[in-house]
Unconditional design. Structure first.
Length: 149
């Protein structure tokens, strides 16, 4: 038996922008289909939003726009928040997206890309367990934990 897992991200009107952004950071090909392409009548709110989206490359992600939700300017309202306090991570998020690289040289450009417009929770730096560890919430509200194996 062969099993795979792919993170499926849910957005509030910004799925296409998020997938394009992740494609620019990680590389790969974005495939996307709108609600309109699946039969929603033109002029109905959400017609141009994604019912299916996928980034297929070194990192594979899926995404769509939650029907009826369009709070593109308030990613944190959907995503929750995460912060560091007294050496602890405090969050109301149900998950973090983890990304591990084999070297700091491999990880640094990914960090730099994800950090554009992000809230840095823990800067990318050497830690007791890794040559590089960092945490951020990107501009689309996804919290990433990045480290070197």
């Amino acid at each position: 038996m062969t099993l795979t897992t792919t993170t499926h991200l849910n957005f509030r009107g910004t799925a296409r922008q998020a997938l394009d952004f992740y494609g620019s950071v990680f590389g790969g090909e974005v495939t996307a289909a709108t609600y309109g392409q699946f039969g929603m009548p033109d002029g109905v709110p959400g017609f141009d939003k994604l019912v299916f989206g996928q980034l297929d490359g070194p990192v594979r992600l899926m995404a769509y726009d939650v029907p009826g939700a369009d709070d593109a300017d308030d990613a944190a309202a959907t995503a929750g928040s995460t912060r560091r306090e007294n050496g602890m991570t405090i969050t109301d998020r149900s998950f973090f997206q983890s990304l591990r690289a084999s070297s700091l040289d491999e990880l640094q450009p990914v960090w730099d890309g994800l950090a554009e417009g992000a809230t840095v929770i823990e800067p990318l730096a050497a830690s007791a367990w890794s040559a590089g560890f960092g945490m951020l919430t990107d501009r689309f509200g996804v919290t990433w934990v990045l480290d070197v194996a």
